[in-house]
Design a protein. Structure first.
Length: 500
């Protein structure tokens, strides 16, 4: 069964590579570009291995996937996808080494958006399309895609565990009678949002190619752009506001759109996570606007920093809103005036805080997830109340539902593991030669799947110059950030493999 599923997943990647080859062939005809052969060859290699694994799986005695198999399949699928997905970058010469190629590809599939490229504008259309398509496929996940459109592959297996392993932040409650139908529903919502986003982008100064590629990476909350200057390249308020709107939508639990379509407005109204996500956007936007307004009046920024600030009220609103939504949705796009490193350290703390929190569970965004933050704060409040009123017992409720002990333990365990992994990474990145602050924020941005870091990895730089070991470690951080810590941790647990 595992071989068959791996085979199907690789065949899906081969199909995506063939689609990219078709785009590259079109631009070979109209612009003389030469990257089509790289995608055709990679598609052939990927498809050949996929067919081999599929036939091996068919020939073996059928066995259902167990829970442990689900976690292993999902984790290895992302590594396999990155291993084959990096080949066009190497073949064409976009990068000249495996480390950079794997980093760029893992950043794509994990929807992180951290890049090592300094010459994005000079890349051929096929390479640019592949970077965008990777992030779109990684947004909801290819395993979820398989459950949606090829459910017979995992027939009889624990599809819920497959679904939860790839999308651990999602509420895995069924929106339809089966997990296959639930996956299809989510993908239909995903595709509809992508089409709408591309349409509205194209109404502005974007051509069709840029509109489609940016729609892929906006709804996938990936942040890869077809231009080095990201969204700022277009110098368009319209494009930035469209981007803000769809980044915001992509950061919302996709189940809300199902409830909206079915007129279950009461469920949406009671959803605490959605409410606090929107409150956070408004609150942080007001905070940044206030800092832009008052910082020069109190003399807490230099003249050089002040020159990088938006100057008018309208610019402050657009810049603040774009920055906040890009961070809370973990998309990582940069607007026309979004170099937060240049704004001064006053803006760095809220930037890192939003980077860590992320969007809603059930969305394509990364980060800690808003619902976990809500549970943590309510747990602190519960503890304080019980200290004051020792004879009373308090329960934690989110959206009217009680958080049981198991759910609370998972949130607290996740937070504890996050702190441990953070400390290990900071020490390891510092030992590799990165500065403490650069290493810490680089880990946070990769783990949260945001993209830009700070300093040399910040919005005006990229990850090209960091040490080789740091690139491999941060690639791993992107994976555990995308699949979340428990999915990867289980694979290194002896008791997990021994359990019956």
């Amino acid at each position: 069964m595992k071989s068959k599923l791996f085979g199907v997943l690789l065949l899906i990647e081969a199909a995506a590579l063939l689609l990219t080859a078709a785009v590259a062939l079109h631009y070979r005809r109209v612009a003389g570009e030469t990257d089509a052969g790289c995608f055709l060859l990679t598609a052939g290699l990927t498809g050949a291995l996929g067919l081999l694994l599929f036939n091996i799986g068919n020939a073996r005695k059928k066995a259902n996937l167990q829970i442990r198999d689900s976690f292993m399949v999902v984790a290895l699928a992302w590594v396999l996808f990155s291993a084959f997905g990096m080949l066009p970058f190497l073949m064409y010469g976009t990068v000249d080494n495996v480390t950079d190629a794997f980093f760029e590809t893992m950043s794509g599939f994990s929807t992180t958006g951290a890049t090592i490229l300094n010459n994005i504008d000079s890349q051929p259309h096929g390479i640019l399309f592949w970077r965008s398509l990777m992030q779109w496929l990684g947004g909801l996940g290819v395993v979820v895609f398989t459950l949606a459109f090829i459910p017979s592959v995992a027939k009889g297996s624990k599809k819920m565990s497959l679904f939860a392993a790839e999308a651990p932040g999602l509420s895995v409650e069924k929106l339809a009678p089966t997990m296959g139908a639930t996956s299809r529903l989510l993908w239909m919502i995903y595709i509809a949002l992508t089409v709408l986003c591309a349409f509205f982008y194209h109404l502005g100064p974007m051509n069709r190619f840029d509109a489609l590629c940016h729609a892929f990476t906006t709804i996938g909350t990936g942040g890869f752009s077809t231009h080095q200057a990201s969204i700022g390249y277009f110098q368009s308020s319209y494009v930035e506001y469209v981007c803000v709107f769809f980044m915001l939508l992509a950061g919302i639990n996709f189940a809300m759109y199902h409830f909206l379509f079915n007129r279950r407005f009461e469920v949406i109204r009671k959803n605490e996570e959605l409410r606090w996500y929107l409150i956070a956007i408004v609150g942080f936007t007001v905070l940044l606007m206030a800092r832009f307004y008052f910082a020069p009046r109190f003399g807490i920024v230099t003249e050089e920093q002040l020159a990088s600030h938006p100057q008018t009220g309208a610019d402050r609103l657009r810049t603040s809103l774009f920055h906040v939504v890009a961070l809370l949705s973990n998309t990582g796009f940069q607007g026309s005036n979004c170099d937060y490193d240049a704004w001064g350290r006053l803006f760095l703390v809220p930037t890192v805080a939003m980077m860590i929190v992320g969007g809603c569970a059930g969305s394509t965004s990364g980060g800690f997830k808003m619902v976990r933050v809500i549970v943590l704060f309510k747990y602190i409040k519960k503890t304080v109340n019980e200290l004051i009123h020792s004879s009373s017992m308090y329960t934690i409720k989110v959206s009217g539902q009680t958080v049981d002990d198991l759910g609370l333990k998972r949130v607290l365990s996740f937070f504890s593991l996050f702190i441990i992994v953070f400390m290990i990474n900071v020490v390891a990145l510092s030992a590799a030669g990165m500065g403490f602050e650069e290493g810490a924020i680089s880990f946070l941005t990769c783990f949260s799947n945001y993209g830009p870091g700070s300093g040399i990895t910040g919005p005006s730089g990229n990850f090209a110059q960091i040490p080789t070991f740091a690139k491999w470690l941060l690639s791993f951080d992107m994976l555990i950030g995308r699949l979340e810590i428990f999915t990867i941790l289980l694979l290194f647990s002896r008791s997990f493999w021994r359990a019956k």
